[in-house]
Write a protein that binds this ligand. Structure first.
Ligand code: 5HC
Ligand code: ZN
Length: 167
């Protein structure tokens, strides 16, 4: 078996990172890499630091309304990856994400100077948020590419991607 490609390696790292997420329904991971294939930052979806996790909800919906769901509180994987960066800048970098970025993360990705987005799952492509992301990325000349694991081209065991697509 040959060496793992950079794309498979960084997407695998994004999946590994996603496994740190406490979100019971959707674990997302992201990894930012520079043009020398050095890792600049990683992140997963989680509640903001210093907020005791047991005091915020993980529900998708609630009879008590939106404030009793995770959505107003959770920090997305891509935003965490940018915020966690260990380099001066993300300018000219690429980001690997296990899920296509929402429009709020698209704004952050563009403002951070990231030039390429590689994603695994695109399961919410019909949502307004994903359509807005695409529009912003197109206007800002950020390249989008869905990751096709080597396994799909014949060879490696690609079970983690199959699992992500089913999520
Ligand atoms: N690109 C993304 N990065 C993320 O980190 N997320 C997070 C926010 C939530 O914690 C979870 C989505 O919840 P759900 O609606 O699929 O149960 O994934 C969501 C998206 C989707 O745009
Ligand atoms: Zn987002």
């Amino acid at each position: 078996m040959g060496a793992l490609s950079w794309d498979d390696y960084f997407m695998s790292l994004a999946f590994l990172t996603s496994m740190r997420s406490k979100d019971p329904s959707t674990q997302v991971g992201a990894c930012i890499v520079n043009d020398r294939n050095r890792i600049i930052g990683v992140g997963y979806n989680g509640m903001p630091s210093n907020c005791p996790n047991d005091q915020l909800p993980w529900s998708k919906r609630s009879v008590e309304g939106e404030l009793a769901t995770k959505y107003p509180y959770v920090v997305h994987a891509e935003l965490n990856a940018v915020l966690n960066k260990n380099a001066e800048s993300c300018s000219g970098c690429r980001i690997y994400s296990t899920l296509f970025p929402c429009n709020e993360c698209a704004k952050v990705i563009i403002q951070a100077g990231i030039k390429q987005v590689i994603f695994a799952s695109d399961k919410h492509s019909d949502r307004a948020s994903a359509k807005a992301s695409r529009r912003l990325f197109e206007l800002a000349n950020v390249e989008l590419r869905q990751h096709v694991p080597e396994a799909r081209r014949g060879g490696r065991d690609g079970t983690q991607w199959e699992k992500a697509e089913k999520q």
